[in-house]
Design a protein around this ligand. Structure first.
Ligand code: C2E
Ligand code: CA
Ligand code: CA
Length: 741
């Protein structure tokens, strides 16, 4: 393909060039308005050959004509230019045009003039890079011969320099282009095409990596295969191409580029134990200049390949899970983004797969075992649901599966957990919970889709183990509502819309108040009350309960101190403490400081914790209660009867009181056998030496029955509704006595 040679390089081969190719002649342009000059010049120089290349003449008879011709005439080595043509200095203007407008800097220019008097300024000769200035009479045949020979030689030098500069530029450019490619394989393909273009060749070649350079080349891994050799990129390719392997082995052995007659073996000296080597078809040997350029190119590329390898490792670490080798959360979001903006969106479903009780399995059987189990799950997800799925690991025991709805649906996925996983000869059964999103019903980005799937998963987990849930818009609405409420609550707290009310607790025998429960209230500016059953969970969820809880505690303790000052000495203040508060590392400090700052007597302070909280993390709770008891406060278990605390467990908890849940109080007047749970709780309390209080007592019959069953204390609308502090003060001073028996 000789026509490609002239893209970049001058062929220096002494072999005579095929006819008709301008590349293998030296082109000399004669610009003169005197026809005689043309014929004498061609006659004088016609036989000149340099390095086996004859001259070829191009003729122009005026500066204007030359201007025009130079637009399309290429590779002119020398211009013999008459100074005086249309104007006295037409030649000089043409030189300026050639250098400054046409930007032809390589071409050598020899000025000729008829009369010595028209010699141009020395400045012009320098500025316009004019090779020589001769009067026509000076230019005898021999002189012309030597002048043109010198000009051609210097043209050749200049071309070499600018070719190598161009080549170097191309290498630098190639380097930047290559670095923009992601992944070793893309980079390798880029290297092949850049090397080919540097040589003016088509990219027919392979690029391989060899792990151990001292080996024979049997362990070559093909990174890229292009053009007529692209087949070498697929299945056990190199074994069928012995001479390619041999050629590359030669380059590796000699640690340099080798030309083998029909191809070039390129050697890239990687810094580590790896070696990169390429095989590029090339019908002619590289020129000396190409050899040097290739060396620079290969050295550059070797550094680049090392970097790309490093980058792709980093890329892997950033986008892939090291244990399962699956895409990680970040990568899944990218894939989701792509899916959402493509045609696959309409049928695609994302499912999160959360392994149930994996933490326990992990703890019980060891982390290594757990890892193996996770890999087994990953494999099963990847191989059993069908092709073209994305399976990602997005958390410890949570996987993401993205694909067509016909493959990604609960039945198919849960089916995979019907068979046990066999790990180290052991059969392990796992179940999973799924949260799914249909992407067509989704209008956010990938990250939002993942969030929605997570919402669906949480819902599935809270409602039914080993089940699934599809995300629906209403769920989104609910979440948004919760977020809205969270902001509203924060604002309400800052603006003092929250306050504490007190509900008296009574002695059923004397019908006198023995204490009160502090209950939080939220009244919005328009006078509406938001139920604590709604906002307390949000305060817990957002963590705001820590601050709010402390405020309630301090307010209630101050009220206790005030009541004592008003003469109500035997009065206990009960404060609700949520699980989130209780678990907070500063809870004890907070309690101690609140007691100290308000001066409230701890023995008249009671904390209400729920039974469900008592059920979780028994050891932590036992430890915690022991420390709380040291402050002197007492502890009641709220909503008692709704959980399933065992007797032995209750015995280990340092508690003082059980609070019978309102549901069981309501029950005792309902059915004949309904009293049983309340009765059991009362007896349990008696057996454990705990006092018992009933809550939600609304009518006199309930009070009577409870008292008859042995419950001495009660709280409820029958006696008093929750009331503000000043109302409580009044109520205690007056009304409380009226109710007393
Ligand atoms: P809880 O601790 O079980 O509080 C008793 C609830 O029963 C209170 O509802 C009270 O107003 C209501 N109640 C009292 N007597 C009767 C009655 O005779 N009949 C009926 N039907 N209800 C009665 P409230 O104030 O809406 O509180 C609901 C829940 O909010 C509380 O249940 C408690 O779990 C939580 N809570 C309230 N204040 C706080 C607080 O300051 N901190 C924390 N952590 N939770 C609080
Ligand atoms: Ca309570
Ligand atoms: Ca309760």
């Amino acid at each position: 393909m000789p026509d490609q040679d002239d893209l970049v390089f001058l062929d220096e081969s002494p072999v005579p060039a095929p006819a008709g190719t301008p590349r293998h002649v030296w082109r000399v342009m004669i610009i003169d308005d005197d026809e005689d000059v043309h014929s004498t010049t061609t006659f004088a120089l016609g036989s000149l050959e340099m390095q086996g290349r004859p001259l070829e003449f191009v003729h122009a008879y005026s500066a204007a004509q030359a201007r025009e011709m130079l637009q399309y005439e290429h590779d002119i080595a020398v211009i013999l230019l008459d100074v005086v043509m249309e104007q006295d200095d037409a030649g000089l203007h043409l030189v300026r045009h050639i250098r400054e407008i046409l930007k032809l800097s390589d071409v050598r220019i020899i000025l000729r003039t008829g009369q010595p008097g028209y010699a141009p300024e020395i400045d012009a000769i320098r500025d316009f890079d004019i090779n020589d200035y001769k009067t026509k009479s000076e230019l005898t045949r021999i002189k012309l011969y030597t002048t043109v020979t010198a000009a051609i030689r210097s043209y050749e030098q200049i071309r070499k320099i600018s070719d190598s500069r161009r080549g170097l530029n191309q290498i630098v450019h190639a380097g930047t282009e290559l670095m923009a490619l992601h992944g070793v394989r893309n980079f390798a393909a880029g290297v092949l095409s850049q090397a080919a273009s540097l040589l003016g060749q088509q990219a027919n070649g392979v690029l391989c990596v060899q792990d151990c350079p001292d080996d024979d080349c049997s362990a070559l891994e093909v990174l890229a295969a292009m053009g007529s050799l692209h087949n070498l990129g697929s299945r056990d390719p190199l074994s069928s191409a012995a001479h390619v392997v041999q050629g590359m082995a030669q380059a590796v052995a000699q640690r340099r580029n080798v030309y083998t007659g029909d191809a070039l073996a390129l050697y890239f000296a990687g810094k580590s134990s790896r070696v990169f080597v390429a095989w590029l078809l090339m019908p002619r040997p590289p020129t000396e200049l190409e050899d040097r350029l290739l060396e620079v190119f290969c050295a550059n590329v070797a550094v680049g390949l090392d970097n790309v390898e490093l980058l792709s490792h980093l890329h892997k670490a950033a986008f892939y899970d090291s244990l399962s080798k699956l895409p990680n959360r970040t990568r899944l979001i990218e894939i989701l983004d792509a899916t959402l903006s493509g045609p696959a969106r309409d049928d695609a479903t994302l499912s999160l797969v959360d392994l149930d009780h994996f933490a326990e399995t992990n703890d019980a059987l060891g982390h290594e075992f757990g890892d193996t189990l996770l890999v087994a799950v990953a494999n099963r997800l990847q191989t059993s649901l069908g092709q073209q799925l994305t399976v990602a690991r997005i958390g410890g025991d949570i996987f993401g599966v993205l694909g067509d709805a016909s493959q990604v649906h609960p039945e198919a996925i849960l089916e995979l957990f019907q068979r046990p996983f066999s790990i180290e000869g052991q059969d392990v059964r796992l179940s999973a919970t799924l949260g799914l999103v249909r992407l067509c019903e989704h209008d956010g980005n990938g990250s939002d889709a993942l969030k929605d799937a997570d919402i669906a998963l949480k819902r599935a987990k809270s409602q039914q183990r080993a089940g699934h849930f599809y995300f629906t818009r209403s769920m989104g609405v609910e979440i948004r509502e919760r977020v809205r409420m969270m902001h509203a609550l924060r604002k309400a707290y800052a603006q003092n819309e929250l306050f504490v009310m007190y509900q008296p607790q009574m002695d059923l025998l004397t019908r006198r108040p023995i204490g009160a429960e502090a209950l939080l209230r939220w009244r919005t500016p328009d006078g509406k009350f938001v139920s604590p059953d709604r906002f307390i969970p949000i305060a817990e969820y957002s963590g705001l309960i820590i601050e709010i809880g402390e405020t309630v505690m301090r307010t209630a303790l101050r009220e206790l101190v005030a009541l004592r000052a008003a003469g109500h000495q035997d009065f206990t203040m009960s404060v609700n403490v949520s699980q989130v508060q209780f678990r907070h590392p500063q809870f004890l400090d907070m309690l101690r400081r609140a007691l100290a700052d308000t001066g409230a007597p701890p023995e008249y302070v009671e904390l209400e914790i729920t039974e469900s909280m008592a059920m979780e993390e028994p050891n932590l709770l036992i430890e915690m209660l022991a420390q709380i008891k040291q402050t002197g406060v007492t502890i009641a278990i709220d909503d008692f009867g709704t959980g399933f605390s065992s007797l032995s467990y209750l015995q280990r908890l340092q508690i003082d009181r059980l609070k019978i849940d309102r549901a069981f109080v309501t029950e005792i007047t309902g059915s004949a056998r309904g009293s049983s749970i309340a009765e059991m709780v009362i007896q349990l309390g008696q057996n454990l030496g705990l006092t018992v209080i009933a809550e939600g007592v609304e009518d006199e019959r309930q009070a009577q029955i409870l008292y008859a069953l042995g419950c001495p204390l009660a709280q409820g609308f029958l006696f008093a509704r929750p009331m503000a502090a000043d109302t409580l003060d009044e109520w205690l001073a007056n009304d409380a006595l009226q109710g007393a028996a």
